[in-house]
Design a protein around this ligand. Structure first.
Ligand code: ADP
Ligand code: MG
Length: 259
């Protein structure tokens, strides 16, 4: 794996410190199910926040709301000081600031690895093909799949596909990266190669929201752990405090089942 910077091209313009993602009293229902209940959460620039909690607690819905893949019923979400718009050109622009990596790799099956990574920059960021390809190849190198650029996703292992998905998200030069259980669908021997890329991103100062049950990653990379249950944030703490000394019974119960 290359140890060259994953974010070098845009890390030079040192961003001002401050709040990058702010959720203010966010509520969301699916019919009778109150899936997000009065969520208040602020993620500062350069912070790595790991979100954990039982299945069905609303973690994916939270991620999808931040990317406006789900609407919210009330409250507000802002990215870098700008409220998330309802729709239209402004939404496309703000959404491009949020890189998303899903559990299922979601690569375009009928495009090569290189095309997967250049499509967004060309179509949304209006880059020239030459510029987009140059940057895509550099990113693919950095996540360790530079020699796979002309293959199709199905020809790659799950771990390689997920690293391509990370490169594709980074190619848009996002302000924040959301990872929703990025290693849950991987064979065990491929988990670490993906976590290593995420560790490197974290070290380089990328702002990250990571839903994962990988407690080793949470302990070593997270600045903060957010524990969700039943649509609420039940507990927020630094990882050592959370894992060694959880306060809530819900968190104690959850940790006793997974650790
Ligand atoms: P998690 O990611 O923590 O497992 P989710 O955010 O996926 O939780 O789901 C939270 C709850 O919302 C679950 O009970 C789930 O069944 C429900 N849910 C998720 N998406 C939808 C949807 N599109 N329509 C109805 N219910 C949904
Ligand atoms: Mg989920």
């Amino acid at each position: 794996m290359s140890d060259v910077s994953l974010t070098k091209d845009f890390a030079d313009a040192a961003p001002p410190a401050g709040d990058l993602v702010v959720l203010d009293s966010v509520n969301k229902h699916f019919g009778a199910l109150h899936v997000l209940q009065d969520i208040n959460l602020t993620i500062r620039r350069g912070e790595v926040v790991v979100v954990i909690g039982p299945s069905g607690s609303g973690k994916s819905t939270l991620c999808r709301a931040i990317n406006r893949l789900e609407t919210i019923d009330d409250g507000a979400i802002s990215i870098d000081g700008e409220p998330l718009p309802e729709e239209g050109r402004e939404l496309a622009r703000l959404r491009a600031d949020v890189g998303m990596v899903f559990q299922s790799f979601n690569l375009f099956a009928h495009k090569t690895v290189l095309q997967n990574v250049t499509l967004g920059p060309i179509k949304v960021r209006r880059k020239s093909r030459a510029d987009a390809e140059e940057r895509a190849r550099a990113l693919l190198d950095r996540v360790g799949v530079g020699n796979q650029a002309d293959k199709y996703p199905a020809q790659l292992s799950g771990g390689q596909q997920q690293r391509v998905a990370i490169a594709r998200a980074l190619a848009m030069e996002p302000k924040v990266m959301l990872f929703d259980e990025p290693t849950s669908a991987l064979d065990p021997e491929m988990i670490n190669e993906v976590l290593e890329v995420m560790q490197q991103l974290a070290r380089e100062g990328m702002t990250m929201i990571v839903v994962t049950h990988e407690m080793g990653f949470a302990r070593s990379a997270a600045n903060r752990v957010v524990f969700m249950a039943d649509g609420r944030i039940v507990e927020e703490a630094d990882p050592h405090q959370f894992f060694d000394n959880p306060r809530s019974d819900r968190a104690k119960d959850f940790l006793s089942k997974i650790l």
